[in-house]
Design a protein around this ligand. Sequence first.
Ligand code: 1GP
Length: 239
Amino acid sequence: MNTVYKNIQEAISNGDKLFAVLIDPDKFSVGNTSHFIEKVNTSMATHIFVGGSTVAENQTDILVSEIKKYTKLPIVLFPGDVSQITNKADAILFLSLISGRNPEYLIGKHVKAVSKLNNSQLEVISTGYILIESGKETAVEKVTRTKPLLKNKVQNIVDTAKAGELLGMKLIYLEAGSGAKNPIPDSIISEVKKVLHIPLIVGGGIRSKIELDKAFEAGADLVVIGTAFEEDESFLRLC
Ligand code: 1GP
């Protein structure tokens, strides 16, 4: 129980790189689960993240139950909303959108989640979620009604990440947005990595093995890819 975060820390201290396949229940057919997860199992994936900006009630619960049948990889919720919390997963990224100033996404939804979390065995992992501009408006911006941090204000991004760590958050997630035109620039990843003592997650807009490796080289401890697999499952063979 509660081994997901400990295992992430251990893997990083051993110099391992972690890789999560993100499945958005809103864009994934449950009937395709066994076929898709078989491919995930033979890839370098170390985690499966499940979540999306807008997901129908119960859809996450149904999908996580199905994924569990076919894999031993840890399943981590990456929820866009309280309704996506299901006890069937192993852990939840308890995301606070610290790049934005919308109180609902800084603390409001978290308060609403507590009764559900109290009744679950989920490992809760506090995560500072930082949205960075990527060229076009993303679903996160629309749903949360917040603006991303500007990518040329690197010190502001670094300070935001560090503030998350100082507040006691256990992970920092640099997000370009699902399907982003451009991934997070390497220079931002490396500057943020320099100041952090907690693991760094990077995601959004990564569509090739080269971009994946570049994110790792820049300092990402865990990289998340979703859209590229939605567009082409065979990309998993390269990962
Ligand atoms: C989205 O960071 C994740 O929240 C993954 O992004 O779907 O663009 O891979 P992609």
